[in-house]
Design a protein around this ligand. Structure first.
Ligand code: FAD
Length: 382
């Protein structure tokens, strides 16, 4: 499989790299400190036509593929993981799931305002008692006439505190487990919808995370996304591309930390020599570089498979990408702090933020343990 970028993809990478360095990185510290949504960068991404990167051009999107989605994700993540997360939740979790599963009427109604940034999107799957065991969700959706009435809540929802449109998973048949799950498009204006608490977090602090509450929330039946009781298919196919995107986030985050540590190691002098001349520091840098190369290969292999339309047959590669890159990002950001020594622990350098941000890569979108379960099931044919 050829993973070389095309000339257009290289141009996109260079454009986003320059944008991220000049416009996104300078805001990263403040967004993290103030725990606020990166509105400025979001608006600039809108002006660049990138909010609906995979949405069709006819609906206001860029009509690009998953490789392009990962390129933008990676470059934003080098500069600021929170910005990449806020954008990625909107562009990938919300818009791309709608693009792949919606009716023509739903596409016409929801994609243009989301692609133009008039509305912000999110996706709500996790519940207080249903995380890794997502199919045990208890948000129920009862059909009444031409509406579904939703009752329950969702937790830890990225863009929850600021979002306007959410892809929401609920049980339309409480007895049928995964076969009783359906997906809906829910607007914040629907009666019975409200937001609960906004969470304070260790990392991803510029990506607001909140609770969504549904109290007799009336959702028009025409807002069913996909068929009734087929929500698990929507969810699982979306999870694979989401995991590859999370791989691109981890890759970018690791690169950001490595680049900072490499430069520092060349400049910092101890015992009369740059610390990069010490073999113990060289070993760290060598491992970091190797893991970044492997993260790149596994992530873009996943993106390429998604571009080839293999979403439903890429559980293994998506889990490899998610798990490997998340662990690499955690190791690399931690080693970057170590290479910077005391300065690495201070907020003057970005690596302390990057280390905090990295931990979520091992939890969100399916934990490390869940990825290992998926891989083991696949190789054992269970
Ligand atoms: C900042 C943030 C943003 C998020 N954004 C979103 C979002 O936008 N939308 C959304 O729907 N969700 C979101 N989530 C939720 C996220 O996907 C879940 O937190 C994650 O899937 C883990 O679920 P949990 O937190 O309930 O942990 P649990 O499932 O309770 O797991 C706790 C621990 O037990 C382990 N474990 C669980 N089951 C097994 C098993 N069978 N074998 C071995 N170990 C096991 C887990 O790996 C973990 O270590 C977000 C979470 C965070 C923290």
């Amino acid at each position: 499989m050829m993973l070389e970028f095309t000339e257009e993809q290289k141009m996109l990478r260079d454009t986003i790299r320059t944008f991220a360095e000049k416009e996104v990185a300078p805001l990263a510290y403040e967004i993290d400190r103030d725990e606020r949504f990166p509105t400025e960068s979001f608006n600039k991404l809108k002006n660049m036509g990138l909010l609906g990167i995979t949405a069709p051009v006819d609906y206001g999107g860029a009509g690009a593929g998953y490789t392009e989605l990962c390129i933008v994700t990676e470059e934003l993540s080098v500069a600021c993981l929170s910005t990449a997360a806020s954008w990625g939740v909107h562009a990938c979790l919300c818009i791309d799931n709608i693009r792949r599963n919606a009716t023509q009427e739903q596409l016409r109604k929801y994609l243009p305002p989301l692609c133009e940034g008039i509305k912000i999107g999110g996706l709500a799957m996790t519940e207080p008692s249903a995380g890794s065991d997502v199919m045990s969700m208890r948000l129920r959706a009862d059909k009444k006439g031409d509406s579904y009435i939703l009752n329950g809540s969702k937790i830890f929802i990225s863009n929850g505190p600021v979002g306007d449109v959410f892809v929401v998973y609920a049980k339309t048949d409480m007895e049928k487990g995964a076969r009783g799950v359906s997906a809906f498009i829910v607007e914040k204006e629907f009666p019975g919808f409200s937001r609960g608490k906004k969470f304070e977090k260790m990392g991803w602090r510029g990506s607001p995370t909140g609770e969504l509450i549904f109290e007799d929330c009336r959702v028009p039946a025409k807002n069913l996304l996909g068929r009734e009781n087929s929500g698990a298919l929507v969810l699982m196919s979306g999870l694979n591309t989401e995991r590859v995107c999370l791989g691109a986030m981890s890759l970018g985050l690791a690169r950001g930390a490595y680049e900072c540590a490499l430069q520092y190691a060349k400049e910092r002098v101890q015992f009369g020599r740059p610390i990069a001349s010490f073999q113990l520091i060289q070993a760290k840098l060598a491992e970091m570089a190797m893991e970044i190369e492997l993260s790149h290969l596994i992530t873009y292999k996943g993106a390429k498979m998604a571009d080839m339309g293999l979403h439903r047959n890429m559980n293994l590669i998506a889990s490899y990408a998610k798990l490997y890159t998340a662990r690499a990002a955690m190791r690399i950001t931690t080693e970057a702090v170590q290479i910077l020594g005391g300065y690495g622990y201070m907020k003057e350098f970005p690596v302390e933020r990057m280390m905090r941000d990295a931990k979520l890569q091992q939890i969100g979108g399916g934990t490390d343990e869940v990825q290992m379960m998926i891989i083991a099931r696949d190789i054992l044919g269970l």
